[in-house]
Design a protein around this ligand. Sequence first.
Ligand code: DC
Length: 215
Amino acid sequence: MINIAVDGPAGAGKSSIAKSVAAEIGFIYVDTGALYRSIALYALENSLSGDALVSSLDEINVKLEYKDGAQHVIMNGRDVSDLIRTPEVSMNASKVSAIPAVREFLFGLQKKIAAENNIIMDGRDIGTVVLPNADLKVFLTASAEERANRRFKEMTDKTVTYEQVLEDIRQRDYNDMNREIAPLKQADDAVLLDTTGMTIDEVKAKLKSMIAEVQ
Ligand code: DC
């Protein structure tokens, strides 16, 4: 199986790039952030945090299903793919992902998918922790301003300002890079791809050529 790890900060374009390249080359795209988001959603819906959330992990069943190439996140039998995309869930995902028991809970699931499929997996610790032996590791990033700008443009209902989006991105970068366990960082053997000023097509072409080299 060919395993491609794509890590990087929030809003770097990891998911849109990885998803579309995976579809073009016939790989499965695995969005690991969605797994953390589903735990975050469960925590919010049940008003759980910290130890209370950890003791409830047994009650959470998370599965990834693929329909027409699109990833769906199923939590306790419910398709939560859309519900996990709110700013509130984003922020809580960043918090719950700092809990070691939560990371451990999702680790096996990620390993299993990677062992059974040709995948492009995106996240924060894929190259460093989840798939240390990945065939290719890419660290995809862009300046915080550019990432906020892209996120803001994507939002259809502009209920928040650009400044709030930028502040959220900075806060999440800080959380993700400074947590004790599996912080966001570039693996020693990862290729750095800074997409500031690049178009999506340019980034996709670059990633595809890197993958072609390891196939
Ligand atoms: O990629 P995303 O924005 O959907 O991720 C949501 C949060 O989950 C992010 O703030 C950090 C966390 N995360 C993580 O800690 N490890 C991963 N492999 C993926 C996401």
